[in-house]
Design a binder for this molecule. Structure first.
Ligand SMILES: [Zn+2]
Length: 268
């Protein structure tokens, strides 16, 4: 009997231990499950980060491709502008070569007189260009700067390596509507109103083989055959034709040959 009692006790003890073990096992299982769930959450987060990165990468790719497209469009636009300007330039060459051929009966043009044969002077104290015998600055006293000088340009940017005049601008279109003055007295030989090429432009013969050109104006006040005085208002600055902003494209030519205008006129 005593043995039976002790056996029962032992069994009870075992049972208790087993219960404890079971509970421990269940705890560790829970911990494992929790860890697994944490791990799953982390995986999910990482997947999300990866997806976000992929999305960003694709956005950047899209942006780059659209930038590339814009740059191509811009380059096309510039090369179209330059093509139109070339056409306008060829037109002026044609006009002047015919003009002088008719005038001289096709004889050879005289050699260019020395630059200092035409001294550069500033406007007089009244701001008038109508006195003296020099070349007047075509924009009077309007604040301006040379946005593109005469001569060779970076063809990789402009697509056109030679600039036959000076571009005079005022910054943020400030020159728009400012008066344009004849650099010297003479006769208007071409007066064009067009929305391509040089836009609204005037070509004046000053005699002695000299001529001047005023392009991209917003309006012109003279017609072919008009006699103009030096300093006379012939139009206003604009951005007509193939132009990217208000500026005056100004040329001085000798028997149709382009000269550096800055050797004749002086910016006040
Ligand atoms: Zn120009």
């Amino acid at each position: 009997m005593e043995t039976l009692e002790s056996t029962k006790e032992l069994l009870e003890k075992d049972k208790k231990e087993l219960k404890e073990n079971k509970s421990e096992l269940s705890d560790s299982k829970k911990a494992k499950e929790e860890k697994q769930s944490d791990y799953k959450d982390k995986m999910k987060q990482q997947e999300k980060v990866l997806k976000d990165l992929e999305k960003q990468q694709s956005d950047v790719k899209k942006l780059l491709s659209s930038l590339d497209q814009s740059s191509k469009t811009y380059q096309n636009y510039i090369s179209n502008l330059e093509a139109e300007k070339k056409a306008a330039d060829a037109e002026i060459n044609q006009i002047l070569s015919e003009y002088y051929a008719n005038q001289n009966g096709g004889t050879t043009k005289p050699t260019l007189p020395a630059q200092n044969a035409n001294p550069v002077t500033k406007p007089d104290s009244n701001g008038s260009y109508n006195s003296g015998d020099s070349w007047a600055w075509p924009l009077g006293s309007a604040a301006c700067y040379i946005s593109s000088p005469y001569g060779n340009r970076d063809a990789s940017i402009s697509g056109w390596s030679f600039h036959g005049g000076v571009d005079i601008a005022g910054g943020s279109g400030k020159l728009h509507g400012k008066p344009v003055y004849a650099t010297r007295g003479g006769t208007v030989i071409t007066a064009v109103t067009s929305d391509s090429g040089y836009g609204i432009y005037v070509l004046i013969d000053h005699g002695g083989g000299y001529s001047s050109l005023y392009a991209h104006m917003s309006v012109r006040y003279v017609n072919v055959g008009d006699t103009v005085q030096k300093g006379q208002m012939i139009g206003r600055v604009g951005s007509t034709g193939n132009s990217t902003g208000a500026h005056l494209h100004f040329e001085i030519r000798y028997y149709g040959e382009k000269q550096d205008p800055m050797k004749y006129v002086k910016k006040p």
